[in-house]
Design a binder for this molecule. Structure first.
Ligand code: SAM
Length: 186
């Protein structure tokens, strides 16, 4: 993901940056890139600010971005796609990205293989049990498995990107089909 972003003087939006974990993998400053973070949850932004030197952090929705048209070179998001209104998000991506700008979207997926599905359900059962003990995990993992299972975000996103005019759209699955990355160019 980070290799794909590479290049000089890029303006990068980490959409739904949360507490800033993903942004820390982007080599800020070394290639004169500027990172802007954006998230719905204000309290996460406080933590993100401590973790990474963003040029700007905004408390905003992915479906309604407070940025000018054609201002970003790259938009990345991790673990957002399953929560968002993809049609509205893609329209905003199209509006705020520069020509030849890149989007990279990463999230969990429900695996295809029956064997992996069995292991996947066992894994989530363990996480849900742990959530009963570690209360801070409860909110994060409650219904996450059902959300992933019921949300075919990869194909929906590819369709939305294609409809609005993105090119070179690709989708790749990782870790036995339990996550995916969709990339596209404006
Ligand atoms: C699982 S966290 C991932 C955070 C970060 N991307 C990471 O990889 O660590 C999901 C984040 O999406 C944010 N979020 C959910 N729906 C959103 C929306 N519609 N617009 C903006 N942010 C949203 C939440 O506030 C949360 O910070």
């Amino acid at each position: 993901m980070v290799r794909f972003i590479g290049g000089k003087n890029k303006i990068i939006l980490d959409l739904a940056c949360g507490t800033g974990i993903l942004s820390t993998f982007i080599p800020n400053g070394t290639a004169n890139s500027k990172i802007i973070g954006s998230d719905l949850t204000f309290d996460y932004l406080r933590l993100a600010k401590k973790r990474q030197s963003y040029v700007l952090l905004t408390n905003s929705l992915a479906e309604f971005l407070p940025y000018k048209d054609n201002c970003f070179d790259v938009i990345i998001s991790s673990y957002l796609a399953k929560y968002t209104n993809l049609s509205a998000m893609v329209k905003e991506h199209w509006r705020v990205l520069r020509k030849d700008g890149i989007i990279i979207v990463h999230d969990f997926t429900y695996p295809n293989s029956n064997l992996v599905r069995i292991l996947w359900h066992v894994y989530f059962r363990i996480l849900n049990q742990l959530g009963k003990v570690i209360t801070s995990w409860q909110e994060v993992f409650s219904n996450l498995d059902k959300l992933i299972q019921l949300n075919p975000w990869v194909n929906n996103l590819v369709r939305e990107l294609d409809t609005i005019g993105f090119r070179s759209i690709s989708k790749n699955y990782y870790t036995y089909g339990t996550s995916a990355i969709v990339r596209a160019i404006k």
